[in-house]
Design a binder for this molecule. Structure first.
Ligand SMILES: [Zn+2]
Length: 364
């Protein structure tokens, strides 16, 4: 397939052609170059690296009804929130099926990776792995130990199968718990991630100590808090649709201005479909609603570029022969690629099928 139009990747947007064969990038070049004949079907559009959904709770996909009204705490706070009751009442087979169908949707939309906060200890991670088996998506399972206080043996066994640990927030987990988890993660060479300032503002002194490798939300963070996060060099996943459901929004304009490393996630699968593309469009529109606009380029990078860097494979965000990028083709006008990608992508996707399975488990 020969795509003529533009590339949007870690190096920005530029007019280009991209020759794809069996889902791989064979050649790229400037438009107007000779020698483009005889390369199979031609498509006009934009080629981007596959996005990563940087924050999900896929276990929540077991919820098939509108969640009851209530605060975010009543719905998702451990250990007795609505979602935890739902998870404990649902059979493993039903959970596995719900997670697999959520992952399948992501695959259809060209998403190449998901960073999932998987509750329910080691069994929860095993279930996620079973649900993802054979699908061409890299699932990074951030597990969560069940016992409080932390049982070192449980934590050790969890880290044998998990890619890292994802905790609730500093409000829910005292410093002893956070310290034990961060230390065990460091020893295992795996990331420790934490929710922060979601429903209420939390003090950066709490959530930055011990220093996490990833923070989620910061919807209630002040500009000063964000400055502290930037200075600590901690990347942030924002989930604008999930926050909006409870009347909040992350200050994306301040994050862009301060130069934070921002990733995009779709959060609890009981609230929203795990569609990165929908999240992008909502994020863009919501910043306009707040009269705190961000650039389309900033949001596109949050979905297509920043997560690959966080996962330790920055070249997966570069459309060039020999990189590990999985190209996705968007049949859109190539004149203003970031704007097109952020505002109107969902129904214009071509996800080239690879000739070999994905690189599951290679990243960390
Ligand atoms: Zn979350």
């Amino acid at each position: 397939m020969l795509v003529e139009g533009a590339i949007l990747d870690a190096d920005g947007a530029r007019p280009a052609y991209v020759h794809l064969r069996k889902g791989r990038i064979v050649e790229t070049g400037r438009l107007g170059t000779d020698g483009l004949r005889g390369r199979g079907p031609r498509v006009r559009g934009i080629v981007v690296p596959a996005p990563v959904n940087a924050h999900t709770h896929l276990g929540d996909a077991v919820s098939v009804r509108e969640p009851p009204a209530g605060t975010v705490a009543a719905l998702v706070r451990p250990p007795h929130g609505y979602k935890f009751r739902l998870l404990s009442e649902t059979s493993p087979a039903a959970k596995r099926g719900a997670i697999r169908s959520a992952l399948s949707r992501m695959v259809r939309e060209g998403v190449a990776g998901a960073v999932d906060f998987r509750e329910e200890g080691r069994a929860g991670v095993d279930l996620l792995r079973a649900a993802a088996r054979g699908l061409p998506i890299e699932v990074h399972a951030l597990g969560r130990p069940v016992a409080r206080p932390i049982d070192p043996e449980e934590l050790r066994r969890l880290l044998e199968v998990a890619d890292g640990i994802g905790l609730s927030s500093a409000i829910d987990e005292d410093r002893t718990v956070r310290r034990a988890v961060a230390l065990a993660c460091r020893r295992a060479g795996k990331p420790y991630a934490l929710h922060a300032s979601e429903a209420v503002r939390e003090d950066p002194d709490l959530y930055l100590d011990p220093r996490p490798d990833l923070l989620v939300h910061l919807a209630r963070a002040t500009a000063e808090d964000l400055e502290r996060v930037r200075a600590a060099g901690v990347p942030v996943v924002v989930c604008p649709r999930s926050n909006a459901l409870f009347g909040r929004q992350p200050d994306l304009a301040a994050m862009e201005r301060l130069g934070l490393s921002v990733l995009l996630g779709t959060d609890n699968a009981m609230f929203h479909a795990p569609s990165v593309w929908r999240e992008l469009e909502f994020a863009y529109v919501a910043t306009r609603l707040r009269r705190r606009p961000v650039s389309a380029d900033f949001l596109a990078r949050a979905a297509l570029v920043a997560p690959w860097r966080w996962l330790g494979v920055p070249d997966a965000a570069r459309i060039a022969p020999g990189t590990s990028a999985r190209p996705v083709v968007l049949r859109l006008p190539p004149d203003d690629p970031a704007y097109q990608v952020v505002t109107r992508v969902a129904e214009h996707l071509i996800v080239p099928v690879r000739s070999t399975p994905g690189r599951r488990g290679r990243r960390r």
